[in-house]
Design a protein around this ligand. Structure first.
Ligand code: NI
Ligand code: MN
Length: 224
């Protein structure tokens, strides 16, 4: 399975037949690797409703027909806009023919650009015999360890930019708590407040934990 970083917190998981698109903020994203018109999707997953995550969800979902998995309050808003939705809450799992996605806690706030309040989530995604954990936007919290214990994580997609989320030094502890085989950093260098040194994060994690860090430029892929 290929994990392609599309910039900020947006990732595409693909095995050639199925494309799982997470947090498709492309229009207005200075680091977007692809346009909202060109990206493909079989299923769209959202961590939370902030504009830098919900992004182009409605237009991509309508063009592709992809169902959108989002926490119930966001799903209700998207459903009213004519999008095909699945509406779990924290702890819930949604199954597809390609695998499943489970919503787990994240410590953050969230309101959609249209004003719907919602609780942010992390996403555990099982696809092509691989478990990917997109942490969403979160500060550091100890239950990350519980998530990793319950669901052995192959690849963690981890915010490191600080200011709106944990920074790269807290993220070293997050990597240790989760214990993933591989960590791909995200949510940094998109805007000035979240500029950070991803290579320093990589060396810190790799000296403190057993995880490998893969730093991807927008547009680059990692094969998991
Ligand atoms: Ni956010
Ligand atoms: Mn964000």
């Amino acid at each position: 399975m290929d994990i392609r970083f599309l910039g900020h917190a947006c990732f595409e998981l693909s095995n050639g037949d199925t494309t799982v698109l997470i947090d498709p903020f492309l229009t207005g994203n200075p680091k977007a690797a692809i346009s909202a018109e060109d990206v493909g999707a079989t299923t769209i997953l959202l961590t939370h409703g902030h504009g830098d995550h919900i992004g182009d969800t409605v237009s991509i979902a309508k063009r592709t027909g992809a169902p959108v998995v989002a926490i119930v309050e966001i799903a209700n808003e998207l459903g009213e806009e004519g999008v095909d939705v699945r509406d779990p809450n924290l702890g819930g799992t949604v199954k597809f023919d390609w695998g499943w996605v489970k919503l787990v806690p994240a410590w953050h706030t969230s309101t959609t650009p249209k004003g719907t309040s919602n609780t942010p989530a992390g996403l555990l995604v099982s696809f092509a015999d691989t478990i990917v954990y997109h942490l969403g936007d979160t500060g550091l919290f100890s239950d990350l360890q519980l998530v990793g214990k319950r669901n052995p994580v192959d690849v963690a997609l981890m915010c490191i930019g600080g200011h709106y989320t944990m920074d790269r030094t807290d993220a070293v502890d997050a990597a240790e708590l989760i214990g993933a085989r591989a960590v791909i950093p995200c949510h940094y260098n998109t805007f000035p407040p979240i500029e950070t040194d991803a290579q320093a994060f990589k060396s810190d994690v790799e000296s403190a934990t057993g995880s490998n860090v893969i730093v991807l430029d927008p547009g680059q892929s990692h094969t998991a």
